[in-house]
Write a protein that binds this ligand. Sequence first.
Ligand SMILES: CSC[C@H]1O[C@@H](n2cnc3c(O)ncnc32)[C@H](O)[C@@H]1O
Ligand SMILES: [Zn+2]
Length: 433
Amino acid sequence: MNALAVTGGRVLHPDGRVSEADVLIDADAGRIEAVSEDVTTGREIARTLDAEGGLVMPGLVNGHTHVSMTLLRGHADDKPLESWLREDIWPVEAELTDEDIEVGAELGVLEMIRSGTTAFADMYFSMDRVADVVDRAGVRARLGRGVVAVGKDEADARADLEGSLEFARTYDGAADGRIRTAFMPHSLTTVPEGLLAEGIESADEDDLWVHLHANETMGEVEPIVEDHGVRPLEYAADRGALGPDRFLAHGVHVDDTEIELLAETDTAVVHCPASNMKLASGIAPVQHLREAGVTVGIGTDGAASNNDLDLFGEMRDTAMVGKIGADDASAVPAAAVVEMATSDGADAIGLPGGRIETGAAADLIVVDLEAPHLTPAHDVVSHLAYAVRGSDVRHTVCDGTVLMRDREVTTLDAAAVMDRAAEHAADLVARAE
Ligand SMILES: CSC[C@H]1O[C@@H](n2cnc3c(O)ncnc32)[C@H](O)[C@@H]1O
Ligand SMILES: [Zn+2]
């Protein structure tokens, strides 16, 4: 066995307990072999990661993003979704080159590795380029090419749909299985009903997952209610968009019937609190969703509506806004938020990981707990939800490979990535003006 040992720290167990333990990883198999007090005695250990003063926990799962949108970070702020997309984002995206998308993905993945995210779900364009970055950087992802029919004639919209299915078929299982894919219609209002149902039927024939934005704003809910006389998620169910191998981004404006429908169909929701606050989309009923039995993950959405990809910030936002939404300070507690960012997030997007236990995927991080803002440590789980920042992550491991050691990313050249991204972002915005 090519053994990697993470030693001298405390471990966050799946049931929320924290105890002193080492973690032994089979780096070739990408699997956790043992979690116990001393894994090094009597074993040949190839490499060690020092976790002294730190907490070993599952790598975080960013359940919904558009990673290449890091190039548009800070480009268009302070607008609601509809006008933000139509007036600012889509015109710039029309100028994107494949290379821009690759460079933006490198920057986003670099930021995620440095802030403890080991897996993410991504919907965008030129996804072969994003897949290449995922492969090189060593993270795990569920990827899909987004389908938008707005402003396209029937033939172009159909070509978009075929492209999404083709990407999903071709890349599923790539990067030694670290890449999984999905058919990704953008939303219920940007893809017409016929195409949506047809695409989902084709996806099902090939056992592909499905991911879309849903019920993000009232502006998305009202036209469906007006045109079809049903709630958006009833409309979605009738077109095959709900089920155990589907996950929806946002789910902000869902009524009780829709929450029931999500639970009955085992459809997961990825909550994106910062994006929902920044675009003033609304507050998702996270406590209610969880109580109904819906699997809820957490996502950053793109960096243009957040404006970072630090999932620790997202955990804090989830807890805070969850309490305001429920009008109850005990709603969405720290332990729930940690679950949502780890095991529930992994389950929501159908990727391995999210648990530190024997047999689980070796996707983990070490968080440094020795810092003024983390002192005293009455309750480590509380710190994870409310006080830890992405910059507290010391090491990041995915699939048994060390992606960051002592804050040095091993798979990407951080300085070069940042330089290239700044250059591409400036050129892109200049082209669009
Ligand atoms: C077709 S690729 C994905 C598409 O989605 C856009 N997008 C980014 N953030 C959001 C959001 O919060 N709601 C809806 N759509 C969003 C992105 O700019 C791409 O055009
Ligand atoms: Zn989105």
